[in-house]
Design a protein around this ligand. Structure first.
Ligand code: KG4
Ligand code: ZN
Length: 338
């Protein structure tokens, strides 16, 4: 694939509930990055409603593209290529971004580049940095949890992944059950910071493949603690004490971080690859970021994307379109045949 062929790329991301457009140069310099979040559209349903997500993308995408061009002070003629995420994600949502990008590519007579959303999260580490492979990547998002060996820009091996729930998914499910709203990751993280991580003993799952993860047992254990401890309050319609909510959140968060970091460290030691990176929405998590920073003192080289590149954004799509695009100029490749 033609990595590095097109220097200035306009990229669109619409795989879930963020409509985003960015302009990225050489896969690293972000000239513009605009994100229109649909949080308020889905919050009241406690989860992303695919049909509403697709309609919201249709509503926002042109304005988001126009805003990115305005931010960069450029026009489509200044671009070398147009890119969009082709998957994985919600089909209706992906179609909006992909068809917008293809239309712009035909209009402006620029090549179209398709991008994989997970490779894009990994590529968020290249933004505003000089990181180069090889490295080990921990990808933790709302839909995926993977341990990756990144040997070269386009040589990424999945060494392990979750056998059930993704980490972000567990955060969101617990937060919903605890009445903390959707998405729950950032809220639970904030509560955890003020809690006692040793308040409740929670299980770390074992898996057959050393590097796979499993989080559904932990989810069930936390739900059990919540239901037992909160029951007396909920049954009398009394507010659950904040300290209890904070302690449950902190115990859960500490277990997640311990589980994630243990296998990451083990893989690094086994492969002798000492550069470690973090990616995906959960990389915004304070405890996980701190655990990574702590590794620095142990002789590892660590890289964490800036907060604005952790959750879904289009700058990471621009980086991936530069370093490891899926397809070039195949306007017939779409979200169904990817
Ligand atoms: O990567 P992303 O924006 O979308 C997917 O591709 O899935 O990740 C969204 C996920 C959600 O599950 C959200 O709750 C979680 O990232 N998240 C967090 C934090 N911020 C976002 N999880 C834990 N702590 C956070 N601070
Ligand atoms: Zn994502």
């Amino acid at each position: 694939m033609n990595a590095g062929k097109y220097r200035r790329i306009l990229a669109i991301e619409s795989s879930c509930d963020d409509t985003a457009c960015a302009i990225v140069e050489d896969g690293r310099r972000v000239l513009a990055s605009v994100i229109d979040s649909q949080l308020d559209v889905h919050a009241r349903y406690g989860g992303v409603i695919p049909e509403l997500a697709a309609r919201s993308h249709v509503h926002s995408v042109n304005a988001v593209v126009a805003e990115a061009l305005k931010q960069a002070g450029m026009s489509l003629a200044d671009m070398d290529a147009i890119a969009s995420t082709l998957g994985p994600g919600l089909l209706g949502s992906l179609l909006v971004g992909a068809n917008t990008a293809k239309t712009l590519s035909l209009l402006a007579n620029k090549p179209f580049l398709g991008v994989n959303h997970l490779k894009a999260h990994v590529a968020s580490n290249y933004l505003e940095s000089d990181l180069e492979p090889p490295f080990i990547g921990l990808l933790v998002s709302g839909g995926h949890t993977q341990l990756l060996q990144v040997n070269a820009y386009d040589d990424i091996c999945i060494v392990g992944e979750t056998l059930d729930d993704a980490v972000g998914e567990v955060y969101d499910k617990l937060a919903r059950e605890m009445g903390l709203g959707f998405p729950g990751g950032a809220v639970l993280d904030k509560l955890a910071q003020a809690g006692n991580a040793k308040a409740f003993a929670l299980p770390v799952a074992r898996t057959k493949n050393t590097y796979d993860y499993s989080f559904s047992g932990l989810k069930t254990a936390v739900l059990k603690v919540w239901r037992t401890e909160a029951a007396p309050y909920l049954s009398t319609q009394t507010p659950v004490p904040l300290q209890l909510v904070q302690d449950i959140s902190a115990s859960f968060q500490a277990t997640v971080v311990k589980t994630l970091m243990r296998k990451l460290r083990q893989l690094s030691e086994e492969t002798d690859v000492k550069t470690l990176t973090l990616a995906g929405g959960v990389s915004a998590n304070s405890a996980l970021r701190q655990a990574f920073l702590d590794l620095d003192a142990d002789g590892f080289r660590i890289h964490i994307p800036a907060m604005r590149f952790c959750t879904d954004n289009a700058a990471m799509v621009g980086a991936s379109a530069y370093f490891n695009p899926l397809s070039e100029n195949q306007l017939n490749i779409d979200v169904f045949s990817r």
